[in-house]
Design a protein around this ligand. Sequence first.
Ligand SMILES: [Zn+2]
Length: 423
Amino acid sequence: MAGWYDRQQTRIGDALRAACIVVLALVVCLSLYTPDDASAQTVTPPTVSDARIGVNDGKTRFVLEFDKPVPYKIFTLAGPDRVVIDLPSVEWNGPKSGQAEGRGLVQGYRHGLFKPGITRVVIDLAGPAAVSRHFALDAGGGAGPRIVVDLAGAARTEQSTEPVESAGWAAYADELSRSSPVPAALAPVPNSTRRTIVIDPGHGGVDPGATGSSGIFEKKVVLEFGKILRDALQATGRYDVVMTRDRDIFVPLRDRYAVAHQVNAGLFVSLHADSHKSAGLRGLSVYTLSDKASDKEAEALAKKENLSDVLAGTDLTGYEADVTSILISLAQQSVKQSSAQFAELLVAEMKQSVRLLRNPHRFAGFAVLKSPNVPSVLIELGYLSNSKDEAGLRSDKQRKAMAGAMVRAIDQYFDRKEQLERS
Ligand SMILES: [Zn+2]
C-alpha cells in the first residue's frame, strides 16, 4: 500500500509542479501584455466576436459584437438591395461567411478587407428595406461593445443612401489617410528587356467568389495558384510579373485591367475557378473578350464574374449599367486577335496536364478583359463544385504542372510574336 501512496504523492507532486509552471507562465505573459502597453494596443486590431440576426414584429435587427468599441460608416445600395457597414480593419471571430445564413430581411451577409485599413460587411437584403435605426452600444450585460442596425421593409427605391458616420469615423479615416503611404504609380520597369505579365487572381476580400465542395473559397484558390504561376514565370528570367492582388483584399474590376495598361503589360491573365449545380461537371476553360458570347454558358459565366463589384458593395452609379453589353472598339480588334491566339496556345499546352472542359476556348463579355491594348484571357481553372477538380487545385503537384504548362504557352506566344516582329 505504501508504494501506492508514494505513487499518488508523486502524481500529486507532478500535478502541483505543472500547475505552478502554468501559473508562472501566466504571470510572465500578463506582465508582458499589460493593458497600458501602448504598443500592444496600437497593433492589436479590434475583433468581431459575434454577428447575429434577430427578427421581431416585422423588424430585423443585425448586431455585430466586438472586443472594443469601433467607429463605423453605414449606407444602403439599390439594385440589388444591400446595406454596407464599413469598419476599421478587424479580426473576424464571428460566424464564418459560408455559415452566415439570413433571417427576416437579411438574405445573407459577407465580410472582408475592402481596402487597406477598411473591413467591409455587406448585408444582402431579401427585399427593399431601409435602415430604421443604427447605434453603438457600450459593453454591458455580459456582451462586448456592439453595433446595432435595425431594418424595416420599405417601398422599393432605385436610390442609394448617403453614408452616415458614427462618432470617431472621421478621425479614423483621417488617421488612415495620413498613415497609409500613397502607392507609387505602377510603371514599366525601366530598361528591362523582359516582358511584363499581369496575373489577376479573381475576387478577394468581401467578394469570396465561388465556394468549393469542401467549403473553400475561389478567392483563396486563385490567389494561391497565382503565386505559384508568378514564381514559375519569374524563374524563367524572361518576365516581370505584376499581381493585381497578392493578399485577401477586394480590387474593383476596372482597377484590375487598368494595372495592365499602366505597366504596359504584354499579357493579362485573370484567374478564376467556377462552381456548378451539377457536381459532375469538370475541366479547365479559357475565355477571351467578345461582344457576342460563344454560347449560353459563357454568357451566364461572364454575367456572374462581372458581379464582383456589386457583391463588394461598390456603388456603380455612373458606370455602365450592364457591363456585359460590351462594345469593342477598333483598337481592341487586333488585341482581340492576339488574345484568341494566346488562348489557343494555352488550350494546346494545358490539355497535356489537366482535364479540359468541352470547347475549352470560349468568348463572352467579361468586364475584366476590356483592356484596349493588352491581350487578355480569363482562365477558369476548373470547377470547385467537382471534388476531383477541387482536389487538383489544392494539390501542389497538380498546380505546379498547370503553372508549368501556362509558362510554356506564354513562352510560345512571345516566341511567335518576336518571330513576326523580325520578319
Ligand atoms: Zn470567379
